[in-house]
Design a protein around this ligand. Structure first.
Ligand code: ADP
Length: 241
């Protein structure tokens, strides 16, 4: 579903942020990307839907060369849900309008059909009673669950999460992880940058470990956590304990 082939990216002449990254995510897999701060995790995930350009190599998404100028970036992004650390809800729109906007404008869905689907999604993330609320009236955990519902409104085959719980108060992390956990069982392809190693252990099919732009580990969670092959990954895990 997603294939990185010798992806290289620099920020300016000094900082190589991705170094020959080669890996793939299969359909329906859940991949958790971890690694020290500044290792390139956010950059890596943002290259998938072309929020960041790459300097060489290729990224193929569902058979399409994501960075080819011949391919329309809006078409690419329609198939890829993206959940940010900072929710990015439209503050002047109700929850319902936040969720129905893209299906109505980009898919030409009728208001009634889009709202019906939005209410189903809100029910799924445990917020059926918040349809008429505005983002400012929501807690961080509720906002992030709305953001997830909004991403799902376009029925994307892929959903990407960039540190979805990092901006939340600790007591709200669980409710967002629970929604993500439920989502992982639906067959959607998921890639998630997170420091939540419990989530990685319980939910991921593969764990990727990045360090200084190098993908040092691509392993099943039990292998990664019990027997990481690279000393840098061993140190990373030891520091978490
Ligand atoms: P991580 O998500 O693992 O913390 P990032 O991908 O955010 O890592 O950043 C990797 C490195 O690239 C860091 O050193 C960061 O400071 C740098 N960086 C990130 N974005 C930019 C940018 N837009 N311009 C220049 N440097 C950047």
């Amino acid at each position: 579903m997603i294939r990185f082939d010798k992806v290289n990216k620099w920020y300016g002449p000094q900082l190589k942020v991705l170094n020959e990254v080669t890996a793939e995510v299969k359909k329906g897999e859940v991949v958790v990307v971890c690694g020290p701060s500044g290792s390139g995790k956010t950059t890596l995930i943002r290259t998938i839907n072309r929020l960041e350009p790459i300097d060489s190599g290729s990224i193929t998404v569902n058979g399409t060369d994501a960075h080819s100028s011949k391919n329309n970036v809006n078409t690419l992004r329609r198939d890829i849900g993206f959940v940010f650390q900072q929710f990015n809800l439209f503050p002047h729109m109700s929850v319902l309008n936040n969720i129905t906007l893209a299906p109505r404008k980009l898919r030409g869905m009728s208001r009634a059909a889009a709202e019906e689907k939005a209410r189903e999604l809100l029910d799924r993330v445990g917020l059926a009673d918040k349809a008429e609320a505005y983002p400012a009236q929501l807690s961080g955990g509720q906002s992030q669950r709305v953001a997830i519902a909004r991403s799902l409104a376009m029925d994307p085959p892929i959903i990407l999460f960039d540190e979805p719980t990092s901006a939340l108060d600790p007591e709200m992390v669980g409710e967002v992880l629970a929604v993500m956990k439920g989502l992982a069982t639906t067959g959607i392809t998921m890639m998630c940058v997170t420091h939540e190693m419990g989530f990685a252990r319980d939910v991921a099919d593969r764990v990727w470990f990045l360090d200084k732009g190098n993908l040092l580990e691509d392993a099943k969670p039990d292998e990664f956590f019990s027997n990481p092959t690279h000393p840098r990954a061993q140190r990373f895990l030891a520091d978490l304990r």
